[in-house]
Structure formats: structure tokens, C-alpha cells
Design a protein around this ligand. Structure first.
Ligand SMILES: Cc1ncc(COP(=O)(O)O)c(C=O)c1O
Length: 451
């Protein structure tokens, strides 16, 4: 590896970063991370911090997960690649499908379709939903519903159902036939309603209104995150997702749960859907399925679709979707080891416990600092602070202040993620109670430094 002078001189010079302005990256180069251990990362200057971002909501088991590393290296030696396109398979892909079926049994999901990541999983789910209706003779069901503030990756299908203009405007026109429902976002919503239960009902009414306006027989699917992640950890009332399920059933609409963040324990339950007592028709997974160590994903499929596809004799059930890396044996081997560790460590339970501690500490910070307008969390290890210049006006805080807080928190030993006005916390699920304390102390220091 080149020395640190070389790396700093060339940082962002020959590489455009995702979700960043290339010119800004040149002027303000990104932090270069060179090491990871446990829940901590180290930068090029040797500064160590707790990674309260958890990689990117994916390194649930931390950076030192030996079984996943060993599985990857053993699989590279045994079979570094083979395709799962029609006619061939590989041993790791088969073994993983058996394990996933068991893992997702309580969600009613019995088949896996492998992908290379979250955006890919979303595309596959959107496509399978349309195809399901075509197989059943309802070819007119082509539209999609989704939530404002939802995040579903940045492929064109995913961006079309995405609920944040940052990922849409520069890439329009997007896919036609996508309609957005207000999110159950109590801090800001068009109904001016701050009661979570009442807001959930208003959003459900808006969804039903949109279904009737579009015509139910034109709608293929509703896609939603059980807890909205990248949009700022928007935690719906417990009645919301069950209400969506009821509407989908009433109008023959496929419910796609985007579990790319919420799958594998982050909410404190094994899946976000299970957290709300809902069985989706399709679930998109990725990220923590390999602890972030290998790009991999899986769409999990419910019996309703299984029955339609597997009993089709017309040929319309043949799947015209897939990726070179679908079922990659190294990714599948990583996922097998990762699932075993995830279950052995019961990281869902730790996510629930540490998540409750983190959320309660954040609420105390919210009372202490005028800059913290809203504190969101309470469902495992996914929390956010929405920053405002003053609580009464809810005016979003300026970028310079949020950057200064971010820097101060980093210097105090914690990496957090800034997305628009939100500070997002999604640490590894193996976090300890002491780590939670350290995160809260660093945040306190960061906010104090600008207050
Ligand atoms: C809910 C959700 N869906 C889809 C994606 C896209 O996943 P990827 O970045 O792996 O393509 C993400 C990424 O953060 C996500 O949070």
C-alpha cells in the first residue's frame, strides 16, 4: 500500500464519491479510513473512533468477525466464482437458501432470489411484483406506491419510488407510474399532526385515497421500509405497517418490505416486518446479510408469489432478471457464516437493549440543546437527531454548524453520519453499554462546542 502522503495527495482526485459533490470532495477531502477492529475504526492519522454509522448500516457484527472472514477466504480457495444463471448453481448458494428459508419462516417468506446489493434487491422486487400480476392475468397492474422520505437505492426503478428529491431531481424523468404517500413523520407532515397514531391513520387514508384515484387494478405494489432509515429514521406508529398490509390485501396490491436496513436484527426484532407483526409478500435484503464484508443481497418471496410462479405452465413465470453476481459463492459463504454468527450472538436482543439506552440518552441531549429539534429512535439501534437553528421555528440548521458538530464529535471519538439536517446513528449491533455512554459523551461534547 502507498504511504499516507501519497494517499492524502490523491484523495478524491481520481475518484467521484457516491452522494457527494465532486468539487466539494476536492476542496474538503473525505476522511481516509485505514483500519477497523470491533466496533471501532481508525483513520489514516491513527485517530480511533467508535463507528456509530456501522459501516453504512451494514457492519452489524463489527469489523473483527472472524467466522465471516474465514468463510470468505475458504470459499475463495474452493470456488471463487460460478454463476447461478439457468443450468448451474453452487453449493454455498444452495446451503444459504435453506438457511434463509428457516430464518424468514416467521415472515412467511420461503424462496430467495440473490442479488449484489440493496438497490438490486429493490429492482428485482419491483419486477417480480409486476410479473406476478401478469402471470395471473392482471397485466394492467403496473404502478407502484411508496412513501415520501423512503429510500430504496438509486437504480432508476428504486429512485422512482424513492421519496427524497435529492436522489430524483437530477435524474428525471424517472419511471412513470410511481406515486408517493405522506410518510408517518410526526415532526413535519402535511396534516400538522403530531400524534403518531392519528398520523398513521391519516397517512393510511391518503394511501387509500390514492389507490382509489389511480384505480386499484392499475397498481402492482406498495414498497416501504418498516422503519424509514436513510430518510432520517422515521419510526411509524405500530398501527401503520399493519394498516398498509390491510389496504394491500383489500386492493390486491403486493406489499414489498424494504428490509435492506431493518433485516437481521437492527430494529431489535429479526426483521422490521416482524417488529410490526406483518408478513410482506416480498422482502428486499442486503447489507448486514454478509456483515458488509461482501456485496450481496437476497429478495425473499412469500408463498403467494411462489404458488403463482411455480405453478405457471405458460412460460410467463420465467424470470428475466438477474445479475452476474447473483448467488456469488463467496457472498453466499459469507452470508452463511454471518447468519450463524448473527443468530448465535442474538444481536437483535443487544440491538433492543443498547438501542433503548442510546435513545433515552439522546432524548436527554434533545432537552439540553436548542439545536436538537427532534429525537427519533426507540426501535433498536437506529436513531436520528434532526437539527434545527431553534426549536420553535424548526428551521433546519445551517450546513456549517452541522459540519462543525460532526467534526467535534469525531474528534471526541465517535463517527456519526450527517444526511441533510439529520445526524444518523446506526452502530454495529454488538455495541456495549460502555460504547453507548461514549457515543453520548462525544455527542454532548460536539453540541456543547457550538452552543
Ligand atoms: C432501505 C434501503 N433500500 C435500498 C438501499 C440500497 O442499497 P445499496 O446501497 O446496497 O444498493 C438502501 C441503502 O442504504 C436502503 O437503506
Amino acid at each position: 500500500m502507498k504511504d499516507s502522503n501519497f494517499l492524502k495527495e490523491n484523495n478524491a482526485r481520481h475518484l467521484w464519491h457516491p452522494m457527494a459533490h465532486p468539487a466539494e470532495s476536492l476542496n474538503n477531502p473525505p476522511t481516509i479510513i485505514t483500519g477497523g477492529h470491533g466496533v471501532r475504526i481508525t483513520d489514516i492519522d491513527g485517530h480511533e473512533t467508535i463507528d456509530a454509522v456501522g459501516g453504512l448500516w451494514n457492519v452489524n457484527l463489527g469489523f473483527s468477525c472472524r467466522p465471516v472472514k474465514d468463510a470468505i477466504s475458504a470459499q475463495l480457495d474452493q470456488l471463487p466464482y460460478y454463476s447461478t444463471f439457468r443450468g448451474t448453481s453452487n453449493d454455498a448458494a444452495i446451503e444459504l437458501s435453506y438457511m434463509l428459508r428457516e430464518f424468514f419462516a416467521d415472515d412467511g417468506l420461503t424462496r430467495a432470489f440473490y442479488t449484489s446489493g440493496g438497490s438490486d434487491s429493490v429492482e428485482i422486487a419491483l419486477r417480480l411484483a409486476r410479473q406476478y400480476h401478469k402471470i395471473r392475468g392482471e397485466a394492467g397492474r403496473v404502478k407502484y406506491l411508496s412513501l415520501k422520505k423512503g429510500y430504496h437505492g438509486t437504480h432508476t426503478g428504486g429512485a422512482s419510488v424513492n421519496g427524497n428529491s435529492n436522489f430524483r431531481t437530477q435524474y428525471e424523468p424517472l419511471m412513470p407510474g410511481c406515486y408517493h404517500i405522506p410518510a408517518p413523520y410526526t415532526y413535519r407532515n402535511p396534516f400538522d399532526e403530531s400524534d403518531p397514531a392519528r398520523l398513521a391513520q391519516l397517512c393510511l387514508s391518503a394511501m387509500e385515497d390514492e389507490i382509489n384515484f389511480q384505480g386499484a387494478d392499475t397498481i402492482a405494489a406498495m414498497i416501504m421500509e418498516p422503519v424509514l432509515g436513510a430518510g432520517g429514521v422515521i419510526t411509524p406508529h405500530e398501527s401503520f405497517m399493519p394498516g398498509v398490509r390491510i389496504l394491500c390485501d383489500k386492493y390486491g396490491i403486493i406489499l414489498i418490505a424494504d428490509e435492506v436496513i431493518t433485516g437481521f436484527g437492527r430494529t431489535g426484532s429479526w426483521t422490521g416486518s416482524r417488529h410490526w407483526g406483518v408478513q410482506p409478500d416480498l422482502a428486499c435484503t442486503a447489507k448486514a446479510i454478509t456483515n458488509g464484508y461482501f456485496p450481496f443481497g437476497a429478495v425473499m418471496i412469500a408463498e403467494k408469489l411462489v404458488e403463482a410462479f411455480e405453478s405457471d405452465t405458460s412460460g410467463s413465470g420465467s424470470i428475466g432478471s438477474g445479475y452476474t453476481y447473483s448467488g456469488h459463492p463467496v457472498g453466499a459463504a459469507a452470508a452463511i457464516a454471518c447468519l450463524q454468527e448473527t443468530e448465535r450472538l442474538k444481536v437483535n436482543e443487544n440491538a433492543a437493549g443498547r438501542g433503548a439506552e442510546l435513545y433515552s440518552g439522546l432524548k436527554m441531549l434533545g432537552e439540553k440543546f436548542e439545536l436538537i429539534g427532534d429525537v427519533r429512535g426507540g426501535h433498536g439501534l437506529m436513531c436520528a437527531l434532526e437539527l434545527v437553528s431553534e426549536k420553535s421555528s424548526k428551521t433546519p440548521v445551517g450546513k456549517d454548524i452541522i459540519t462543525a458538530i460532526h467534526q467535534a464529535v469525531y474528534e471526541a471519538g465517535v463517527m456519526v453520519r450527517i444526511s441533510g439536517p439529520n445526524m444518523i446513528l446506526s452502530p454495529p449491533l454488538i455495541l456495549s453499554a460502555e460504547d453507548v455512554e461514549d457515543i453520548l459523551k462525544a455527542l454532548d461534547y460536539g453540541f456543547s462546542s457550538v452552543s
